[in-house]
Design a binder for this molecule. Structure first.
Ligand SMILES: Nc1ncnc2c1ncn2[C@@H]1O[C@H](COP(=O)(O)OP(=O)(O)OP(=O)(O)O)[C@@H](O)[C@H]1O
Ligand SMILES: [Mg+2]
Length: 516
């Protein structure tokens, strides 16, 4: 249990900071409470002392005549006035010799009454206290454990001889005053203790409220810091698992918000790089596949071509010597046609594996395209309209006319197949562009410079993504047996690549296809 708590404490930044700050808030609120209580209780006690010293002074002043004449009757009123104070337990007045002249005690407060050390049992002042009293001419306070005693000497001017003369309000002559008695006010501490108790409760409450609000503020502040950090940790973990592109919410503009923003940017760039890597891997796999097939096919194509030459030759000879419209003649014709198809395939394979003629000379592409289009027109049904547009004044390119011818034938044949049922438009365009370094159209294996663009588009059935992803693979076809070899676009791809160019395909099911 303890180790679990320690583990959480060690691993959770928020809890650690919360515990430390809460501890400091505790110390601060405790110190504040103690200071507040101490300060308040001191001022309460001081106030009580000051008040009672003042009262003792007033009582002494008002008792002058009573003390002078030692008349209990005259002392009754001043004593009653003081006694109205709630906390006053006892009021006593003595003459100069310490004899008790009058005394009034509060009844029902027996617990507050302790053995009165300063009082002689007979009602006079204890001689020990008496000396002290004689030494002071102003009110003073004698602290006791349970009660407080406030003394004041009753002072009169020695010039007065009659009690009545004391009624004359005039300043005492300096050096002529003399002490004629003493007053004593005994005050209980229970009222003060009650006040101090309430004050303690109040101070503790203030401390608790301070602690509560302090902790709550710290908790919510930390939550605002720790929550985004936790999301960042989750994001980094997801990123670590290879799930790029993970984003974390940016909730603030401070350092944490900027950290989240930086994380999102990093995540985005990692995702882009991952996509680029996948694309390059796919390209690499494709070219490896193409190269392997090319090498294999090229190796056997030559021998196969010779064998086919023999079959075609003998089939032709046999056809010439066999009477027409006989079964034998029909069979021989089938053999002859199949051999011709096989020769075409071998030719494609040879071009694909770049073992065909590679002679390249400066060549104007336009006439070759026009020538090919004538053949295409002848082979396509009239439901297909052919449109073309050639940019005037195009410069010659280094190429082989047979290869350009083959590219166009393969692309247009495919377009024709895609539109053969419902017809449509076949459009062939020839254009020129300048591709600079840094241009997104410039792929890694291309050099910056001028390029001619041959575009072949149709309004046929188009392709879905899965077909589109494989069209340049050798032997990939969606056509039935004997209808397609799947080599057409592989050959086109090979030729374009060998010219240092690139080929793109845009197609969607039902929306036609464009090769450029
Ligand atoms: N213009 C196009 N419209 C729709 N699909 C096309 C188009 N061009 C190519 N395809 C698809 O790409 C596949 C591969 O084409 P490719 O030319 O390589 O082989 P093929 O036409 O099937 O056979 P071959 O060209 O050897 O007779 C086709 O089978 C077809 O599904
Ligand atoms: Mg084809």
């Amino acid at each position: 249990m303890q180790s679990t708590f320690l583990n959480i404490f060690k691993k959770k930044f928020g809890i650690k900071i919360f515990a430390i700050v809460t501890f400091f808030i505790c110390v601060i609120s405790f110190s504040f409470t103690a200071f507040f209580f101490h300060y308040q209780s001191k001022s309460l006690t001081d106030e009580l002392i000051q008040n009672n010293l003042l009262l003792a002074g007033i009582l002494a002043y008002n008792s002058r005549i009573g003390v002078f004449s030692e008349s209990e009757e005259l002392l009754k009123n001043p004593v009653d006035g003081i006694f109205q104070q709630e906390e006053t337990l006892k009021v006593s007045i003595y003459n100069l010799k310490g004899r008790l002249l009058t005394r009034r005690e509060r009844s029902g407060m027996e617990d507050e009454k302790r053995p009165d050390k300063t009082d002689k049992a007979a009602g006079g002042i204890d001689p020990g206290v008496f000396d002290k009293l004689n030494a002071s001419t102003s009110p003073f306070y004698l602290g006791n454990k349970n009660v407080m005693e406030f003394w004041s000497p009753v002072v009169a001017n020695s010039g007065y001889t009659q009690p009545e003369s004391l009624f004359i309000e005039k300043k005492l002559l300096p050096g002529k005053e003399r002490i004629i008695g003493f007053v004593r006010i005994t005050v209980g501490q229970s009222a003060l203790n009650k006040k101090l108790g309430a004050l303690l409760v109040e101070s503790v409450l203030i401390g608790i409220i301070f602690l509560f609000f302090g902790s709550a503020i710290i908790y919510f502040t930390l939550k605002r810091i720790v929550n985004p950090l936790n999301k960042l940790i989750e994001g980094v973990q997801t990123l670590g698992k290879g799930d790029f592109g993970e984003k974390v919410p940016v909730e603030t503009e401070d350092e944490i918000g900027r950290l989240a923003m930086a994380f999102n940017q990093m995540s985005e760039s990692l995702m882009r790089r991952e996509a680029e890597k996948k694309h390059l891997e796919e390209k690499l796999r494709h070219s490896q596949r193409v190269e392997a097939i090319g090498t294999l096919a090229g190796g056997i194509a030559h021998d196969f071509n010779n064998i086919l030459g023999v079959i075609v030759g003998y089939a032709q000879m046999a056809l010439l010597t066999t009477p027409e419209k006989t079964d034998m003649h029909l069979c021989l014709r089938e053999i002859f046609q199949a051999s011709i198809r096989a020769k075409d395939l071998v030719k494609q394979i040879l071009t694909f594996s770049r073992q065909g003629s590679q002679e390249r000379n400066p060549l104007l592409v336009k006439p070759v395209v026009e020538e090919a289009l004538k053949m295409v027109r002848a082979s396509l049904p009239t439901t297909i309209e052919i449109r073309h547009h050639f940019k005037p004044g195009l410069a010659p390119v280094l190429s082989d006319p047979t290869q350009i011818h083959q590219v166009l034938m393969n692309l247009c044949t495919n377009a024709g197949h895609a539109m053969q049922d419902v017809g449509g438009v076949l459009e062939v365009n020839l254009d020129e562009v300048e591709i600079d370094a840094g241009d997104p159209d410039l792929s890694i294996d291309m050099q910056p410079g001028r390029y001619q663009i041959l575009t072949v588009s149709d309004t046929g059935h188009g392709m879905d993504a899965s077909v589109k992803g494989r069209i340049f693979d050798p032997f990939f076809t969606t056509k039935g047996m004997g209808k397609g070899t799947g080599m057409g676009l592989s050959v086109v791809h090979g030729i374009v690549k060998s010219h240092g160019g690139k080929i793109n395909c845009r197609s969607k099911p039902g929306e036609g296809t464009t090769f450029e």
